[in-house]
Design a protein around this ligand. Structure first.
Ligand code: GDP
Length: 367
């Protein structure tokens, strides 16, 4: 039987005359698009050198982009900004999660800007940020007073890729920040492994934040990381924690004596402070100033920067070669098969590697 609802006389579901549905295409879009012409290399460089923060931000986004055309523009912008860069103090700040990095950077940064003026950029290297879906470091909400300071620029860690890739992008961002007139650069990293080495390769002073408490703090940090530190600062030296912090400082000082003298000739200092109660902050900046004066005097400041340039030249070559190899379509197909054969024990790792490399280089020759 015919359903009553299908009858044209059925009144149960009537469509009322409503408002006119707007067009799904915004009539102003055309105009807006025309205004959004992509910026040229010149536009970027001019904006950056004038200290325009919006353009600086956009240029950093360009550095972080994986699109080849963005990368090409970014490289040109960096190249053009290089002559304006280099005139800053670059400070690496590391510590395990919870050590108080963001609290300290917030207080320390605000102190430095208020006492000494200038401009401060806070960048980050967080290789884990991809896994945690979005960067956890450099987040503005974690640095409340610095985030609203007119002379600060806070940028979270680039999110994608390997540690080397993330670090390279941060290093390139340093150049742009310096060209934009930032004379103090902080690079924050989580103190849990390789990222310290990456930070160390781009800063003038490496600051390690430690905590006192359990009595076995020296066991917790790798010797390599301590050897990189130009200053160790023990946070949360407040309330009942003052005495343990002082004790930890003594232990660190003693431990540092066991290491060979660093190339800089500078004996790393150990200081206690409280990011929370703002005590000992002034002394940290004075220590950094003392260090910079010391190494500028003995020539190590320049030596370290040239060594870093050399490091980044090789690092960039390595990365490009690796990318070119692994992103090669044929190689990425072949490599799974070879990996399987190696895992099954049917082919040695050397034979598999040689087969892939031979193929890669022979293919390249033909192109
Ligand atoms: P991050 O993970 O290293 O960035 O550490 P946070 O800055 O987020 O700090 C971790 C926790 O330690 C937070 O709950 C802070 O409130 C606390 N904290 C940071 N600095 C101090 C300090 O100087 N004294 C005390 N008592 N707590 C602090």
């Amino acid at each position: 039987m015919e359903h009553p609802e299908n009858s044209s006389e059925y009144k149960g579901l009537a469509v009322n005359k409503g408002v006119e549905t707007p067009s799904s295409v915004n009539p102003y879009l055309k105009k807006r698009k025309a205004a959004h012409k992509p910026m040229s290399v010149n536009d970027y460089v001019e904006g950056i050198v004038k200290g325009n923060i919006t353009i600086l931000s956009q240029a950093v986004t360009l550095i972080e982009s994986v699109r080849p055309d963005h990368q090409a523009t970014a490289q040109e912008v960096i190249e053009r900004c290089l002559p304006y860069s280099g005139k800053s103090i670059r400070i690496g700040i590391s510590g395990v999660p919870g050590a108080g990095k963001s609290t300290s950077i917030d207080i320390f940064g605000t102190h430095v800007l208020e006492q000494y003026g200038g401009k401060l950029a806070v960048l980050a290297i967080d290789p884990s940020s991809e896994r945690s879906k979005g960067s956890i470091l450099g987040d503005k909400t974690r640095m409340e007073s610095l985030a609203i300071h007119p002379n600060s620029f806070i940028r979270p860690s680039p999110a994608a890729g390997s540690l080397g890739g993330v670090a390279r992008k941060t290093r390139e961002s340093i150049i742009l920040c310096e060209a934009a007139g930032f004379d103090k650069i902080f690079v924050e990293t989580v103190g849990v492994g390789q990222s310290e080495t990456a930070v160390h390769s781009m800063v003038d002073f490496f600051l390690l934040i430690q905590l006192a408490g359990t009595g076995d703090e020296l066991q917790g940090i790798k010797r390599g990381i301590m050897e990189m530190a130009d200053g160790i600062i023990i946070n949360k030296a407040d309330g009942d924690n003052i005495e343990p912090a002082n004790l930890a400082a003594t232990q660190f000082r003693n431990a540092l004596h066991l290491f060979p003298a660093p190339d800089s000739g500078w004996i790393p200092k150990v200081l206690c402070y409280s990011g929370f109660y703002h005590t000992g902050i002034k002394e940290i900046w004075e220590m950094i100033h003392e260090y910079v004066a010391f190494v500028k005097d003995n020539g190590y400041f320049e030596t370290r920067r040239s060594q870093q340039n050399k490091y980044w030249m090789y690092e960039t070559i390595n990365q490009h070669l690796r990318d070119s190899f692994f992103q090669n379509e044929k190689i990425s197909k072949m490599i799974n098969e070879e990996e399987k054969l190696v895992l099954e024990g049917n082919v040695t790792s050397f034979t598999a590697a040689k087969k892939l490399l031979d193929y890669y280089f022979n293919e390249l020759k033909k192109e």
